[in-house]
Ligand binder design. Structure first.
Ligand code: GLN
Length: 534
């Protein structure tokens, strides 16, 4: 019988529920259990595919091509398990399926209602996702009291009846704010949020309290008394120097022992967290720093390139350097001087994006990096703009990104994919998920991966136009099949990938291209330093 840990949140959003859920996954996996994570998003969108990065941050893509909430990225990085379409549920998904069943007559003329039809559909998906697992960790997006979240909270309340109270743990992440004027921590918001949960019939077993100041025993006892949990179930979670310390911090507070105890699972052995301790140490105390320019078009939103930023740090952890990421709005390179703006950079990364705005700035960054031997890594749109720059400036070829963007160009080097052309009227379609790629022996990419057969995740509508292949190759650009990767031999590091390698990077196992890119940037930084000192 699979067991469930439900993570809810109270008081405010952005408390780090996703990181808590991921950390619980890490800790339970380290105890030898087979675990996975699932995210519930109470919004009406069917998936995150149509969501603007400015509003909702990055869209995380799974191997099977689901476009999901960025919390799935945290889960994959923390738990190191590959997730799927099943790992993400939204109100939109649930209602679409229930309404489809209703239209088909599956409910035999019955009145279709939130309880039990919507709540049953939710529960069946949870049970289905937990198949073959010891524990499924389910995070409910939003905060208790949100109108949209109510059917989900009702569904998880019923789960205790359905699978047995001994098989579920309710873990509530809440805020214990510090009031500067009073110079003390306040428990009242937590009390209210637990009251709200109890009003709908959920009695939390564990409270994870986010706080900026240490909580003493008296404070913990007070929360325990008012919220009806034992004092050891009041877990303090302070702001950490890195999110990768959260599993260690939660373990010190005894969270994993407590969950295992409640679930009737063995908790005798200690989890081995030495790899996490090493990650944290290298993140916090590296001897050197490398400066990376992130030239993107959604740089104002802190989460728009979340996985890219994390993958860069993973590269830094692997090479024992601090990665100082400086965001550059690509449009600024259209008006300013790229050589001046980018002169601090030991490496330049151009990430993915959609639409024409800012692409000329990305092209300018690619040109600067190519001409000056600065390590350059392009991802998806970034790789496409590297190709456009090369075609325009090296091959003197027509260079439009696509026919839409410049109708006067009959044969753009980056064009709409053929199958996407046929689907044009449907809108919202893309090449999504994992596809294999064969690398060319002797290339930098093959060296970075240490193998020739790879599989990477995609999310794009445009691709390299193969009719230009020969001409670009003649001018010195190496391309790997389907033009998944381009690289310039002889350059310090000039690699662009059509796929999103950042989605598969892990703190303990950085993605090979991020690892290689940071390595090249560190070498470049040392050369420049040497030149300055000489
Ligand atoms: N807009 C480009 C395309 O659709 C790039 C997409 C991306 O960067 N994810 O192909």
């Amino acid at each position: 019988m699979s067991k469930f840990v439900f993570i809810t949140g109270g008081v405010v959003s952005s408390l780090g529920k996703g990181i808590t859920a991921g950390s619980v996954g890490t800790l339970l996996k380290k105890r030898g259990l087979k675990v996975s994570n699932l995210k519930v998003d109470p919004y009406l969108n069917v998936d995150a595919g149509t969501m603007n990065p400015f509003q909702h941050g990055e869209v995380f893509v799974t191997d099977d091509g689901a476009e999901t909430d960025l919390d799935l990225g945290h889960y994959e990085r923390f738990v190191d398990e590959t997730l799927s379409e099943k790992s993400s549920i939204t109100t939109g998904k649930i209602y679409s399926s229930v309404i489809k069943k209703e239209r088909r007559g599956d409910y035999l003329g019955g009145t279709v209602q939130v309880i039990p039809h919507i709540t049953n559909d939710i529960q069946e998906r949870l049970i289905n996702a937990a198949e073959n697992l010891d524990v499924l960790i389910v995070e409910i997006g939003g905060t208790v009291g949100d109108i949209e979240g109510q059917p989900f909270l009702e569904a998880i309340r019923q789960m205790a009846v359905r699978v047995g109270r001994e098989n579920v743990v309710y873990c509530h992440v809440t805020l214990v704010p510090y009031l500067e004027a009073a110079k003390e921590l306040k428990t009242k918001p937590t009390q209210h949020s637990v009251q709200e949960l109890r009003r709908i019939g959920i009695l939390p077993n564990v409270l994870v309290c986010r706080t900026s100041h240490p909580m003493d025993t008296g404070m913990k006892n007070k929360i325990a008394l008012f919220c009806d949990v034992p004092p050891e179930a009041v877990i303090e979670l302070r702001d950490e120097a890195t999110i990768y310390n959260v599993p260690i911090a939660l373990h010190k507070e005894g969270l994993d022992d407590l969950i295992l105890k409640y679930l009737g699972l063995n908790h005798d052995s200690e989890p081995d967290l030495s790899d996490w301790a090493r990650v944290v140490d290298r993140y916090i105390n590296p001897p050197e720093q490398v400066n990376i320019a992130l030239v993107g078009k959604y740089v104002q939103h802190k989460d728009a390139y979340l996985s890219v930023v994390e993958a860069l740090h993973h590269g830094g952890i692997s090479h024992n350097v601090r990665v100082n990421i400086v965001s550059i709005e690509s449009e600024d390179l259209e008006t300013g001087d790229p050589a001046e703006i980018l002169k601090f950079a030991d490496g330049i990364l151009i990430p993915g994006g959609f639409g024409v705005r800012g692409v000329e700035g990305m092209i300018a960054a690619a040109k600067f990096a190519r001409e000056n031997n600065v390590p350059l890594f392009g991802i998806c749109l970034g790789m496409q703009m590297m190709v456009v720059e090369f075609a325009r400036n090296v091959c003197k070829l027509p260079d439009a990104h696509s026919k839409e963007m410049n109708p006067a160009t009959p044969h753009p080097v980056i064009h709409l994919m053929e199958d996407q052309e046929n689907l044009r009227d449907l809108g919202g379609t893309m090449r999504l998920g994992a596809y294999p790629c064969d690398l060319i022996e002797g290339t930098k990419a093959a060296e970075a991966y240490g193998q020739l057969k790879i599989s990477e995740r995609h999310r794009h509508r445009y691709e390299f136009n193969n009719s230009y292949r020969e001409r670009l190759e003649k001018a010195g650009l190496t391309e790997h099949n389907l033009v998944e990767i381009v690289e310039l031999p002889g350059h310090n590091w000039y690699i662009g990938g059509q796929f999103h390698g950042e989605l598969k990077s892990r703190p303990i196992r950085p993605h090979p291209l991020f690892d290689g890119f940071i390595n090249a940037s560190v070498n470049y930084m040392r050369i420049r330093k040497g030149e300055k000192e000489a």
